[in-house]
Design a protein. Sequence first.
Length: 258
Amino acid sequence: SGLVLVKNPHLDLMEEDVLYHLDLGTKTHNLPAMFGDIKFVCVGGSPKRMRAFAQFMQRELGLAGAGEDVADICEGSDRYAMYRAGPVLSISHGMGIPSISIMLHELIKLLHHAKCWDITIIRIGTSGGLGIEAGSVVITDTAVDSSFQPRFEQVVLDEVVVRSTELDRDLAEELLACSRDIPDFPTLIGHTMCTYDFYEGQGRLDGALCSFSSEKKLEYLRRAYDAGVRNIEMESTAFAALCGVCGLKGESCRFHLH
């Protein structure tokens, strides 16, 4: 049917579902009226970037109020920021798997309660590139872990649950085709490696701790490149896993800064 799925039978037993970190709820807000016509959701780490993106979409879509400030729908929370530009929802998710996971759980429930259907969700942001030109955009086909495996491991109670991290390949190809109209940004499809840490987890030599040599770092990055990895960040496996389980057509597009 294209509806956003939730896989939690306990929700039907709840009198109210409070989306705590978004400052929204099924009793306090009319979610179908507020969000029922949303078709695209774009998520990114920084609240300021997602605010600027919403303003950009207002201008691109020629909406009333374009060029003016946009209201933060989650202003009662200090965790995430959410903005709307017509059928496009722009939301920040913070940094790292725990932060994006919390946001996605509540976002998916929001879309479900709002009876949204045929939703496309795209993760936009920056990353560290691997063997690619600075300024490139990487469209993720598969998110992989630090062992280059397409999996997301979530500890549920005392059990390790493994979920697939493949993203929508048709959407990836569609985005790549769109990129041909934007010559300023070289664009490619590749694997994205997701780590749990910005410093040691990504092989950086400038953290408070570093237990490996520069030679060992380079050897690891060469193996990552040979496995198809073209960029490294901290959210893609959780993003891909949750989107896949809940029936969301998802993709990740990352800009390689340097």
